[in-house]
Design a protein around this ligand. Structure first.
Ligand code: PGA
Length: 229
């Protein structure tokens, strides 16, 4: 059975109390199965809040014993040291198991390059944080050892205009061919509870990365439910 990753990317949304409210609604509704990052098969539910919410969200997940994996939206390309404003992977690993890297919003707004993303991948791997590398097409350069990739075409992000499941599946197939058959490819871009299953049912797609629709706790629960069968 393939993994189905359902990853909430909150971007720069939700303060601590809003984040905790979401966890209190979603947490009890997530099916209890092997949701550890290393376990194979089944649903893997991940939430990626802002840095300022991470430690409170982690506590809430632990107290509720909810099967939710905590992720970051980025990390520093450097280790500890004089890098003002950056969050090094060596510190983040106390909080998160995964990090989104190279999201198109970072490439566009913060001039992130493939080389910077490669450095971040290295930092995350050295600190046992799973790198989830976002690519905008099958041609985006990716470090050879990445096991989790999200195909997120820019035209589909936040527009309500998703790629077709068939095209997303074919790009995912190309990426697997280029990198390795074992690579898990997710789709992201205007995914919601109405269309999620049409993506996760594709043979080459192992889950979804969700922005806007993940902010609403009830909608996120519906997304998880749509992927259960
Ligand atoms: P969206 O964002 O679901 O709001 O389109 C996806 C993403 O940017 O990861």
């Amino acid at each position: 059975m393939k993994n189905i990753w359902i990853i909430a990317n909150w971007k720069s949304n939700k303060n601590i109390s809003e984040a905790l409210e979401w966890i209190s609604i979603v947490g009890p509704k997530i099916p209890r199965e092997d949701n550890s990052p290393a376990g194979r098969g089944g649903l893997k539910i991940v939430v990626c809040p802002t840095f300022s919410c991470l430690s409170e969200v982690k506590k809430a997940i632990q107290v509720g014993n909810f099967p939710i994996i905590l992720g970051a939206q980025d990390l520093s390309p450097f280790g500890i040291g004089s890098y003002t404003g950056e969050e090094p992977a060596v510190n983040l690993k106390q909080l998160v198991s995964l990090s989104i890297l190279g999201h198109s919003e970072r490439r566009q707004n913060f001039s992130e390059t493939d080389e910077m993303v490669a450095k971040k991948v290295m930092e995350s791997k050295q600190n046992e944080i799973i790198p989830l590398v976002c690519v905008q097409s099958a041609d985006t350069k990716v470090s050879a050892d990445c096991q989790l990739i999200a195909y997120e075409p820019v035209f589909a992000i936040g527009t309500g205009n998703p790629d077709t499941p068939e095209n997303a599946n074919s790009v995912a197939g190309e990426l697997k061919q280029k990198l390795a058959e074992s690579v898990e490819v997710l789709y992201g871009g205007s995914v919601n509870s109405g269309n999620v299953a049409s993506f996760t049912n594709q043979t080459n797609i192992s889950g979804v990365l969700i922005g806007k629709a993940s902010l609403d706790a009830e909608e996120f629960v519906k997304i998880v439910e749509a992927c259960k069968d």
